[in-house]
Write a protein that binds this ligand. Sequence first.
Ligand code: ARG
Length: 476
Amino acid sequence: MSKLDKQTPDTAENKPTNQAWGGRFNEPVDDFVARFTASVNFDQRLAQQDIQGSIAHAKMLKQAGVLNGEELESICNGLQEIKADIENGNFAWSVALEDVHMNIEAALTDRIGIVGKKLHTGRSRNDQVATDIRLWLRDEIDTIKPLFTKLQQGIIGLAIKEADTIMPGFTHLQTAQPVTFGHHLLAWNEMLERDFGRLLDCRRRLNQSPLGAAALAGTTYPINREFTATELGFDKPTENSLDSVSDRDFAIEFCAFASMLMTHMSRMSEELVLWASAQFQFIDLPDRFCTGSSIMPQKKNPDVPELVRGKTGRVTGHLISLLTLMKSQPLAYNKDNQEDKEPLFDTVDTVADCLRAFGDMIPAVQANKESMLEAARRGFSTATDLADYLVRKGIPFRDSHEIVGKAVAYGIEQNKDLSEMSLEELQQFSDQIAEDVFKVLTLKGSVAARNHIGGTAPDQVRAAAKRAMELLSIRG
Ligand code: ARG
């Protein structure tokens, strides 16, 4: 049974012929079609922005001489009352009235009478909805921004704490070279910093006012688009009326940003899940971010990172939905665009929840320094350091690579790390190896030697963390 079949019949009207456009119709719209084409069940989420847009439009209509002062006052008061009713849950939404725009307009006319019908002069639901979604998304972006900053502060804070903590760095998930845990965490921060930049780009590009584009071609009334744009906090009015009512690229752009962010968070999640496992034991996740198993008493499952990893799929799915929705749409507005809202809403909610969950969890991650160090000791992670040492002694890199390869093979056979071999053992592979070799074979020496911008040395991690914190502080 479809969701639409289950919807309770509309209480506002028996015959859902819409009063806003029913004039040219000979019969009421089919009951099912009314429910099929309605969007009010989801687009009521735009109510506050719809009212905000209507108030700006009404003020402009007064300037244009369409409304007098009294009419403007009564429209604004009526809209404010409706706003309060919606906030308090005292508003009866009607499916027969199709969408958020017509529900509010009808309620206004019910309250203030005929003057309410003047509000829609010089605009269309097409520019109205385009304005509402932009306003809504802008508000949501502004609530997402601090969540982002909080998460980054948490990551950078942990990086500072773990600047000296040594762990194995991986390529192909095989032990490669030792790194510091702080350095690894700052890699995550870089991903997020770029994502934040993409979010700001999206906000900047969407912040133009489509209001006044009307249905598609503009309007014959002497409207003032600059006024409404300024009133609504937009940078300026959009340039082209056809484009204004039709494109949803700003929503797509947000979903592209969100998909990238979720992809990054899925990578972090994957690492957290691996690290929290009995096999790695690199970290402990606090109990409050985990759940148990109903059958296996010993289990502590890293649900939060697993779910964030899983939710990445749905956000990327929404991006694909919106791209496919927009594909091949002729100018200008098409009803297809009503389908933009649910994917966008869900993307915003999902991203905000994931940022929040991570923002709370990351600062509470406990590093098991001993296990990390032990893991770095296994896997010959200082082999490259030995090769570089031989190069400094005058051996060409390709030859030193070969020499160290042989030493590693010997180590595997003897079950010994390079740093555990005696000088005599090491000298079997090259007579260039001297007592000073042990300085480079230690894990500490290895990380400290990578002492340049972007390198893993603890001092570099501290300096990079400081720069990253500074960037956060000038975000405002
Ligand atoms: N509910 C519609 C939407 O979300 C509003 C615009 C409807 N315009 C129209 N001409 N039917 O897109």
